[in-house]
Ligand binder design. Structure first.
Ligand SMILES: C[S@@+](CC[C@H](N)C(=O)[O-])C[C@H]1O[C@@H](n2cnc3c(N)ncnc32)[C@H](O)[C@@H]1O
Ligand SMILES: [Zn+2]
Length: 292
């Protein structure tokens, strides 16, 4: 691991941060906080290393989400897929070792830790998911107001997190804002068109309460189709470069996973990929200049 990843907030990252109150870019690292040199707001360093950019308003908006993750995974590592699964997604995410990368809603960073990059940063509102892990720089914040300057990262990605974000339009706009012109924005997401996802996406669905079928459902999540995300990208001036449907893999398959696997084995012969696979990865490019 490079020395950059051992320091709490290396200059390389400090130079990319932005105050979420006044949007100025000059921040000073003090003993136990980061201070905005423009408006004076101090952002405390939690557990001595994670600057906390959540305002009171963000915290109350995210209350249910934070409670849910703290209750299930506080101070433990949330890592649900197997090694082969994370490696396969890493290949599709396609970072280069020269890239500066940020994962939005990184949780404990099981995917981020397996990405080869010059700089790895994870934005996550839940402190308890960050404290048990290492291998990247954690920022406590929300995707709806990212504490990062415009165009700061070569690669910005969501890994099963965009569907948790209450205001997806705003979260996506923020992700596009911090992507470098000519850089990439990628999302791995549950596929709404898959039958099991469709049955369980709606918060009012009675199937959502049936754990063996649904699996692990956070009360706040709602899914999108790849077409909806492609349209979201288009509205934010991004070009869709690739779309691949596939599935995550687990070492201890649940009933849901077994049913899903059987359906995809059979369905493969007569159904299109968008109806077979429970997840997809969509990759966008941000134009190098506004006219491109
Ligand atoms: C299913 S977990 C995925 C975590 C991680 N990306 C992974 O691959 O293991 C969804 C994550 O989204 C985060 N999240 C929810 N709302 C968010 C928001 N508004 N901004 C940033 N992250 C958010 C949750 O705290 C949680 O860690
Ligand atoms: Zn400020």
């Amino acid at each position: 691991m490079s020395a950059e990843h051992d320091r709490a907030i290396p200059d390389m990252l400090l130079n990319k941060l932005q105050c979420v109150q006044c949007r100025a870019g000059d921040m000073d690292l003090e003993a136990d906080s980061l201070r905005c040199l423009s408006c004076g707001t101090a952002y405390p360093l939690r557990a001595g290393r994670f600057p906390d950019f959540l305002t009171e308003a963000h915290r109350s908006q995210l209350e249910g989400e934070i409670e849910f993750w703290e209750a299930h995974y506080g101070d433990t590592v949330y890592e649900s897929e197997n090694e082969a699964s994370y490696q396969a997604w890493a290949e599709l995410i396609g970072a280069s070792p020269r890239d500066e990368v940020i994962e939005l809603g990184c949780g404990s960073g099981p995917q981020l830790r397996r990405i080869e990059a010059k700089l790895r940063v994870g934005l996550e509102p839940v402190l308890g998911l960050l404290t048990a892990t290492t291998g990247f720089h954690g920022l406590i914040g929300t995707v709806e107001n990212i504490p990062v300057q415009d165009g700061a990262f070569d690669l910005v990605y969501f890994n099963y997190s965009l569907h948790h974000v209450a205001d997806k339009e705003r979260g996506f706009a923020e992700a596009a804002r911090i992507t470098r012109p000519g850089g990439r924005l990628v999302a791995v997401e549950p596929n709404l068109e898959h039958p099991q996802r469709r049955l369980t996406s709606n918060p009012k669905s009675p199937f959502r309460k049936f754990m063996p079928l649904v699996g692990f459902v956070d009360p706040n999540e709602t899914f999108s189709s790849a077409g909806e995300l492609r349209e979201l990208g288009r509205r934010h001036g991004l070009t869709c470069q690739s779309l691949v449907y596939r599935e995550s893999m687990y070492d201890r398959p649940t009933l849901r996973y077994r049913v899903q696997k059987l359906y995809s084995r059979l369905g493969r012969y007569f159904l299109p990929d968008r109806l077979i696979y429970p997840s997809f990865i969509i990759s966008f490019k941000k134009p190098a200049s506004p006219g491109d």
